[in-house]
Design a protein around this ligand. Sequence first.
Ligand code: UDP
Ligand code: MG
Length: 322
Amino acid sequence: MQLISIVVPVYNEQENVRYFYQEVRKYMDPLEYLYELIFVDDGSTDDTPRIIEQITQQDVRVSAVILARNFGHQIALTCGLDYAKGDAVITMDGDMQHPPEMLPILLRKWEEGFEVVQTIRSDTQGVSWFKRYTSSMFYRLINVMSNIHINEGGSDFRLMDHKVVETFLRFKERARFIRGLIGDLGYRQTFIEFVAPQRHAGKSKFSLKKMLTFAIDGITSFSKVPLRIALYAGLLLGMMSFLLTLNVVYTKLFTAEAVPGWATLAVSVLLLGGLQLLVVGIIGEYIGRIFEEVKQRPLYWVSDELRSGVKSVAKERIKHVG
Ligand code: UDP
Ligand code: MG
């Protein structure tokens, strides 16, 4: 029988994990698969690790990796993939926004021969106008600026064949935008739309700051276009100043007027100063990323591995830690 791994990063989801576990059972137990449920606790400060530990004691199919601190959703997901042993691996959120009733549908697509089954949120219930708008802007921006295509509403709820997981794990970059990476891997991919319900309990763990970092990670890891802003702006301004010079010379030589424009001067000094700072900022953003990557620090580190309730201190056997 084939083994399916379900990887779930959780961060302060004490009201959700048990319900989530029961819902997964409800939809997975009737299917003809063996499965393992892997929780990755991303440095929760609430009761989440205790509740997960109880579940691992009750059910041998459930295991957990407790990260030493909060590393962020994308890193926690990667950690879970390092541990997953299944013939197919499904990643999903633990807050019920990725409905477990979709699991059989994803698996059916896999049986049909697809190696990546990507879900697309056609709508998210109860999401703020602001998040909806900024999210749609972000996808438009990244698709214009990079040569990959990411569907608006792309989520990290997907099924991957173990081949795809192995390929993905060879990507070692720190700032990772998983949905872009996977979309770009090739393989036989398919898409399923779903409507994301409101989260079961608790609040979204994505602060504005986390969302912004995620968006900038996405753009900078797939596009060099921002680095060219200086080039294009420089060309444009150079051309304008050439035309302006012609105008100044003409006015001086052939008319009786003095060249006007002290206001123009002040404005253009400000404009150029602003533009230069902006471009230096963009270059700094990329250099910062180079700096982060060259340090080659481990992606994450683990404090506990829980399996059938047996606590074991993590051994240095994980691909990404090595
Ligand atoms: N999450 C995580 N680490 C973080 C933030 C979130 O592991 O730093 C988990 C969270 O517990 C949830 C999933 O990632 O299972 C998605 O987070 P959330 O529901 O807060 O994001 P949203 O659905 O609002 O975009
Ligand atoms: Mg959510």
